[in-house]
Write a protein that binds this ligand. Structure first.
Ligand code: PGA
Length: 255
């Protein structure tokens, strides 16, 4: 396993925060702080902020992503946004299967897979979220749960397409709680995901896969987490709304 084979990617997940005017202000504050980053920097923002985010970051090293997309290209799906729509506005990335989508909006492994397919078919790069609930960790079934989520989500994804997948391991109990997984816990599951992907494809494909940790990653704990051999980046919620904190995480990933 060779970490240098993989791209470090730090992605902000803004969730349901920031109006377009606030998004512009936040990105203008972040851009100068991360301009020398030696890793990929992404901001995943609410749909209504996408256009202004793309305009504000044009010519910078910040890429823009959405937080979800539907699996159909168009049709009677009130309130949904499709992958071709995202592509048409110029978006590069999309988060799929975030635990908040799974928990509050009935997302299943099967709908996650359908959304992954739609995103790939439309040229987007996917940040695929997987992770266990606290009760599942306590029951000792973390590996089974996360391996299953990974396998179902990647059904029908070719080895070539896997290059446009980033997996984000986010233990649900660590999201927005201030309770981070220890660096060892994070690495153990990220390594397990890599073994699972090696089983589905091959060792080379798994070695090239960027696997992020997410869940209360912040300016203080980022370095230790990102130093782990199988942790290649971070999906950052709360700290991505604070320019200095986000920039510190980007710096930790750039070492
Ligand atoms: P958090 O969120 O950093 O606020 O814990 C991470 C995420 O949900 O992606």
């Amino acid at each position: 396993m060779n970490k240098t084979l993989r791209k470090a990617v730090i992605a902000g997940n803004w969730k349901m925060n920031k109006t377009p005017a606030e998004a512009k202000e936040l990105l203008e504050a972040i851009a100068p702080l991360v301009k020398d980053a030696d890793c990929d920097v992404v901001a995943c923002v609410p749909y209504v902020d996408l256009s202004v985010a793309l305009e504000t970051t044009a010519g910078s090293n910040i890429r823009i992503g959405a937080e979800n997309c539907h699996w159909e290209a168009s049709g009677a799906y009130t309130g949904e946004i499709s992958a071709p729509m995202l592509k048409a506005v110029g978006v590069d990335y999309v988060i799929i299967g975030h635990s908040e989508r799974r928990t509050y909006f009935g997302e299943t492994d099967v709908t996650v897979n359908k959304r992954v397919r739609a995103a790939l078919d439309n040229g987007l790069t996917v940040i695929l979220c997987v992770g266990e609930y606290l009760e599942q960790r306590e029951q000792g079934i973390t590996d089974e749960i996360v391996a299953m989520q990974t396998k179902v989500a990647l059904q029908g994804v070719s080895e070539a397409e896997l290059k446009r997948i980033i997996v984000a391991y986010e233990p649900v109990w660590a999201i927005g709680t201030g309770k981070t997984a220890t660096a060892e816990q994070a690495n153990e599951v990220c390594a397990m995901i890599r073994r699972t992907v090696a089983g589905l494809y091959n060792a080379q494909a798994a070695d090239g896969l960027t696997i992020q940790y997410g869940g209360s990653m912040n300016a203080k704990n980022a370095e230790e987490l990102l130093d782990q051999p199988d942790v290649d980046g971070g999906l950052i919620g709360g700290a991505s709304l604070k320019p200095e904190d986000f920039a510190a995480i980007v710096k930790a990933a750039s070492r």
